[in-house]
Design a protein around this ligand. Structure first.
Ligand code: XIL
Length: 353
C-alpha cells in the first residue's frame, strides 16, 4: 500500500481528533472508531510494560484494547532481578506474569543476557565457591525456569553484535566464557529451562547498518550450526522519522531469508532523533507515519509463519523511554491525552488487508 491510498483514513483520523474537542462536535458526523490493532492483525501485537502501569486503569484499558502480548520494559532484566548480595527478586515480573495470565495475554521474557547489564554480584564472584559458568547457568535456569509455561519466549541474548558490526560485543560474559561460547551456552541453557519457549536473538540498528545486520545473521547461522537453539530473530527498531525509505524493507527481507520467525520487538519512531527536528516537525510527522507504514508493510510481506509478533515500545507518547532523552518526543501511536494518531488507522488498514 502506498501513502496516498491512506489519505482518506488519515483525514478521518484527524476529523476524529477535532470532533472530540471542537465546538461543532455535535453537527459533524462521527467517523467510526479505528479498530484496535489486535482485532485486525493476523499476528500478535505487543507493547512494553512496567508493573506500576498495572495500577493505572487508563493504561490497562488502552493496553487490553490494543495488544495481545507484553514485554517487560526492564523488570525481567538483571538490573531488576539480581540484588547486590547476589539474591534474586521476582515481585514485579511475577505481577506482570499474573496480569498476563488473568487477561490471556502472551508474555515475552526480556532479557536473560545483555552485555549492558553485569551486576556487581557477578563481577566479584568468589570462584572458589561457585564457578562463573555455574552462576551464569544458574541464573538462566532460575529465571527461565520460574516463568516456564508462563512466557511465550525469551530474548535470550540481547544486542550481541558490536556497534559497528565488527564481530560481537565485548562484555564480562564474553571475557569470562568466550565471545561465541557464552551466547551459545545461554541458548542451550534456556532450552534446558524451558523446552517450549521461543528463543529469540534480538538486536538493534539492523535497518541502519547493513554490516551489523550481516554479522547478526552470521551469528544466528553459526549458533544454529553449533546446535544452539535460536528459534526467532528480533529486530528492535528504535528508529528516527528521517530514516531513508527502503532501509526497513531491505532489513526485513534479509532477516526473513533465514526462514526463522521475525519479531519486530521494540518499535518506536522518534521525531527528535531526526536531523533538523526543531524546524521541520510537521514534515517529520509525515515521515514518521511513512516509517511506520513501511515497517508494517515489510512485516506483512513476510510469510505468515514468519511473523512472530509486532511489538510497539509503548503505546503512549507520555510514557516513552525516549522522553528521558527529550521530553518533547512523540514517538508512539497515542498522544499524551491517549488520543490515537492517524498512524493507528494506517497500521490497522495494512494489517487487515
Ligand atoms: C529501555 C527501557 O525502555 C527503559 O525503561 C530502561 O530504563 C532502559 O531500557 N533496547 C532494549 C530495551 O533492549 O530493553 C531498552 O529499553 C531500549 C533499548
Amino acid at each position: 500500500m502506498s501513502l496516498p491510498t491512506l489519505d482518506r483514513r488519515l483525514l478521518r483520523g484527524s476529523a476524529l481528533a477535532l470532533s472530540a474537542c471542537g465546538p461543532k462536535a455535535a453537527s459533524q458526523p462521527v467517523p467510526p472508531p479505528v479498530p484496535p490493532l489486535r482485532t485486525v492483525a493476523p499476528f500478535p501485537i505487543g507493547t512494553c510494560a512496567q508493573a506500576l502501569h498495572l495500577d493505572d486503569p487508563a493504561w490497562t484499558a488502552l493496553t487490553l484494547d490494543q495488544v495481545d502480548q507484553l514485554t517487560p520494559e526492564w523488570q525481567m532484566k538483571m538490573e531488576y532481578i539480581v540484588q547486590p548480595d547476589g539474591s534474586f527478586r521476582f515481585d514485579a515480573p511475577d505481577r506482570l506474569a499474573a496480569f498476563c495470565q488473568t487477561h490471556g495475554l502472551r508474555l515475552l521474557g526480556h532479557t536473560l543476557i545483555w552485555y549492558a547489564q553485569v551486576p556487581e554480584a557477578f563481577a566479584r564472584l568468589d570462584e572458589s565457591r561457585v564457578s562463573f559458568e555455574q552462576a551464569y547457568r544458574n541464573y538462566i535456569l532460575a529465571v527461565a525456569g520460574r516463568y516456564r509455561g508462563k512466557v511465550v519466549g525469551w530474548d535470550v541474548v540481547n544486542e550481541p553484535v558490536a556497534e559497528d558490526g565488527n564481530g560481537w560485543r565485548d562484555s564480562l560474559w564474553s571475557q569470562r566464557l568466550g565471545d561465541f561460547e557464552h551466547i551459545a551456552l545461554a541458548y542451550r541453557t534456556a532450552r534446558q529451562a524451558d523446552p517450549d519457549a521461543a528463543l529469540v536473538l534480538n538486536d538493534y540498528n539492523l535497518e541502519y547498518n547493513p554490516k551489523k545486520r550481516a554479522t547478526f545473521l552470521k551469528l544466528a547461522e553459526r549458533l544454529l550450526a553449533s546446535g544452539a537453539p535460536v528459534t526467532a530473530l528480533g529486530t528492535q527498531m528504535h528508529i528516527a522519522a528521517d530514516i531513508p525509505r527502503g532501509e526497513i524493507t531491505a532489513m526485513m527481507r534479509d532477516l526473513g531469508s533465514l526462514g526463522l520467525p521475525v519479531h519486530v520487538s521494540e518499535l518506536d519512531v522518534s521525531i527528535v532523533r531526526s536531523k533538523g527536528w526543531l524546524t521541520a516537525r510537521p514534515e517529520l510527522e509525515r515521515k514518521q507515519l511513512a516509517t511506520y507504514v513501511e515497517t508494517a508493510e515489510a512485516f506483512m510481506a513476510l510469510p505468515a509463519s514468519q511473523r512472530f509478533a509486532f511489538t510497539l515500545w509503548g503505546l503512549r507518547d507520555g510514557q516513552s523511554w525516549l522522553r528521558g532523552e527529550n521530553d518533547t518526543d512523540t514517538p508512539n501511536l497515542f498522544d499524551v491525552h491517549d488520543r490515537p494518531k492517524p498512524v493507528l488507522g494506517a497500521l490497522g488498514q495494512i494489517f487487515s488487508s
